[in-house]
Design a protein around this ligand. Structure first.
Ligand code: UDP
Ligand code: MG
Length: 317
């Protein structure tokens, strides 16, 4: 038998997903069998602290379609996905999907369909956010609106996660972006190429818990903005300019009042208010600069994005 390289590789980053992985694989295999393409699935274990790796190895032993990539520790989903893309060098297209069954594998045939029509990027766009609170929805909506404003020429489609299909050339383009701070929504959008959405209903998590909380989401938004645009630095310039103009006007008013009415000098409270206000603004702007400086620092180290503990390819021959 000749060795066939897979036409389609499904990349599944997983962190502490021992509970859902068997069910995920069952559903994925059922769907992929009907697509009529040579396929394999690459499970990326992102330093899980439970038995995720063991579950993956068991799946690999029982199914020739399964490949396993074990990272040396937890690097985060963005890097786990990148590691997966790095290891899918021979496939014509790649699908990225979450392990927790929030992205239903049953949508994959529709992604493939659009790819066959000639689209390089087919992103799954969610209709509903089942199982998510009002607050989560509202903050997500705000985030997309903000990113649209600061994004400039690059448009990030709303209600779109990492669940998508990418053609070979789109993956190759994405892999040329090796920055440490990987805001994937931004990177996906940056590469361009003919793209189309496929709508689907996002399910609530099948088992386990999300690794997200509001503090993480806040940092994620900061990451998105600072790795995408230097608008905050420009805002700092204008805030400085406005405060300076305000100060000049206030000073003029003080001089006028003293000359015209001989008012005594205004007291301690107004002085303190102004000093504290300016101190606060300056610290905040230093923080903004610091955000960028920290990112420059991290990028200049030029470290590899991740380290691999083990890679077991699929046995597709
Ligand atoms: N994930 C990962 N590394 C991490 C955190 C998450 O590989 O450090 C994986 C996780 O196993 C899942 C996907 O990324 O397959 C999405 O994670 P999660 O469900 O926690 O995020 P949400 O769906 O809430 O956005
Ligand atoms: Mg999830």
């Amino acid at each position: 038998m000749t060795s066939r390289s897979p036409a389609l590789t499904v990349i599944v980053p997983a962190f502490n997903e021992e509970e859902v992985l068997p069910e995920f694989h069952r559903r994925l295999a059922a769907v992929m069998g009907g697509i009529g393409l040579a396929w394999d699935v690459l499970y990326v274990n992102d330093g899980s602290r439970d038995r995720t790796l063991e579950v993956m190895l068991a799946l690999q032993a029982g199914d020739p379609h399964v490949a396993v990539l074990n990272l040396s520790r937890n690097f985060g989903k963005e890097i786990a996905m990148t590691a997966g893309l790095d290891h899918a060098q021979s496939s014509e297209a790649v699908v990225i999907i979450d392990a927790d069954l929030q992205d239903p594998p049953e949508v994959i045939p529709r992604l493939v369909e659009a790819w066959r029509q000639g689209f390089d990027v087919v992103y799954a766009q969610r209709n509903t956010r089942a199982g998510e609170t009002m607050l989560k929805r509202a903050t997500a909506a705000m985030f997309y609106r903000l990113m649209q404003k600061v994004g400039g020429k690059v448009t990030i489609p709303p209600d779109t996660g990492d669940f998508r299909l990418m053609s070979r050339r789109a993956v190759d383009a994405l892999l040329r972006l090796r920055e440490q701070h990987r805001f994937m929504k931004g990177l996906f959008a940056w590469i361009g190429f003919p793209s189309t959405p496929v709508r689907y209903d996002r399910a609530p998590r099948a088992a386990g818990t999300t690794k997200w909380n509001y503090w993480k989401l806040w940092n994620f938004s900061l990451e998105g903005i600072t790795s995408f645009t230097v608008a905050p630095l420009k805002i700092a310039t204008y805030v400085g300019l406005l405060t300076a103009i305000g100060a000049v006007l206030y000073l003029a008013q003080l001089i006028f009042r003293t000359l015209a009415y001989g008012n005594p000098v205004a007291g301690y409270p107004s002085l303190l208010a102004v000093v504290l206000f300016l101190g606060g603004v300056q610290m905040m702007m230093l923080g903004v600069i610091g955000e960028y400086l920290g990112r420059i620092f991290n990028e200049t180290k030029g470290r590899p994005l991740y380290l691999t503990e083990r890679h077991l390819p699929s046995r597709l021959n």
